[in-house]
Design a protein around this ligand. Structure first.
Ligand code: PRP
Length: 178
């Protein structure tokens, strides 16, 4: 991808993200208080920062696993082909599973992943997304927990990239082309 010149405006500060994760972790702890077998599944690559901070706030016995998912848009049909580039290492049948996503945009990625994981018969399957852009939705999909609802802006940072850069920004910023 050719990068056009741009600047990044801070949208959600590192402090606001940390405070929200503390609240979310409390709710998740309540939901899974009765389990001794929670598997936290990060969707690569975008969720790697969020999952790292979230699991350290959880204070529950967790296993961490990852899937790498890639989606190819088809603008003509507003449909997406979602491909699993790397599957889970572990089995999830009978386990409690929390899927961790950085952002829900059209909803295709999370919709596909949740359907696939549900077919593997977990005991309980929930998902959390740090960011949600409801105005972009193409398939009905709502995470069980959402960090922040945001407008339809191009965001980067805290794991999210633009042309594979800016994933290491500690805050969420919006990209403004100059
Ligand atoms: C991004 C993001 C979500 C997905 C959301 O992943 O991390 O997984 O798109 O979009 P959707 O709701 O329209 O499906 P991307 O394919 O850019 O890969 P990455 O996580 O490796 O950056």
């Amino acid at each position: 991808m050719t990068e056009r010149p741009y600047v990044i405006d801070e949208m959600i500060s590192a402090k606001a993200i940390a405070a929200r994760i503390e609240q979310l972790a409390q709710e998740i702890r309540r939901e899974f208080a009765d389990t001794d077998k929670l598997v936290v599944v990060g969707l690569l690559r975008g969720s790697f920062v969020f999952i790292a901070d979230l699991v350290r706030e959880l204070d529950l016995p967790v296993e961490v696993d990852f899937m790498e998912v890639s989606s190819y848009g088809n603008a003509m049909e507003s449909s997406r082909e979602v491909r699993i580039m790397k599957d889970l290492r572990g089995e999830i049948a009978g386990r409690d599973v929390l899927v961790v996503e950085d952002i829900v945009d059209t909803g295709h990625t999370l919709h596909h992943v949740m359907g696939l994981l549900r077919s593997r018969d977990p005991a309980r399957l929930r998902c959390i997304a740090l960011l949600d852009k409801p105005s972009r939705r193409e398939v009905s999909m709502k995470a069980d927990w959402t960090g922040f609802e945001i407008p339809d802006e191009f965001v980067v940072g805290y794991g999210i990239d633009y042309a594979q850069r800016n994933r290491n920004l500690p805050f969420i910023g919006s990209v403004r082309f100059t």
